[in-house]
Design a protein around this ligand. Structure first.
Ligand SMILES: [Fe+2]
Length: 225
């Protein structure tokens, strides 16, 4: 299935169902899911007021809230999640050690279900090495990502909470130069994109501001070791 030509969610879901029913095994490297609409509203209400400036020398208009969880799974559909002592970002693409305000994302009902749903969407063979889930609530108003990059983790999920303005198309490339695009999609509020980080270089185009209130809020949910 060519995902690039099949970018609307109902088509992907029905195509996946149909192909699975016919006995095909579909790639789990890229997955587009319909998220929980009530959850996204609750998260904006609970956390948007606490957002703080991100790495200002590189992302002057980006804000962030963050938490990191150790994850365990014993096969009953529920995750065991424990906050790590430090949520600092170190040695990622650029910059030194970055400290952030910790948000209690698990205080919002059903947030844990979202993490479990994404975790269980990852093929079992890839799950065994996953020890940590990093969760970042990110708000951008113009530049979403500066460069085509990898996060150097196992799987990356993007859950769109709200979006006001045009643009912000997410691209998954097969090469760092951005010549071969494997998938592109503008995430709508409520949608979740999950992909295997090692297989792609990712990038999201700028948010084209329509008003001074334009913004895009997402959860970046990174599974790694
Ligand atoms: Fe990234």
């Amino acid at each position: 299935m060519n995902l690039e030509t099949c970018s609307d969610l109902p088509s992907i879901i029905s195509a996946r169902r149909e192909l699975t029913a016919q006995g095909y095994t579909l790639s789990d490297e890229i997955l587009l899911l319909e998220g929980d609409r009530e959850l996204r509203k609750q998260c904006v209400v609970a956390f948007a007021g606490d957002l703080q400036a991100d790495y200002v020398t590189f992302h002057p208009d980006r804000q962030r809230l963050r938490n990191v969880y150790e994850v365990g799974y014993s096969g009953d559909g529920k995750l065991q999640l424990t906050e790590t002592d430090s949520i600092a970002i170190e040695n990622r693409n650029m910059g030194g050690k970055r400290e952030y305000k910790r948000a209690d994302f698990l205080s919002v009902a059903h947030f844990e279900n979202l993490l479990a749903r994404l975790y269980l969407s990852i093929p079992e063979t890839d799950r065994s090495s996953i020890r940590l889930i990093e969760v970042d609530y990110m708000r951008t108003r113009n530049v979403v990502t500066n460069t085509i990059h990898r996060d150097f983790r196992d799987y990356v999920g993007i859950f769109c909470l709200q979006k006001h303005g045009q643009g912000a198309e997410t691209h998954l490339y097969l090469d760092l130069d951005g010549k071969e695009c494997a998938y592109k999609h503008v995430l709508s509020p409520g949608e979740v994109l999950l992909f295997r980080d090692e297989n792609f270089y990712h990038f999201t185009t700028d948010l084209e501001a329509e008003t001074e209130n334009s913004l895009r809020d997402v959860f970046i949910i990174i599974f790694g070791d």
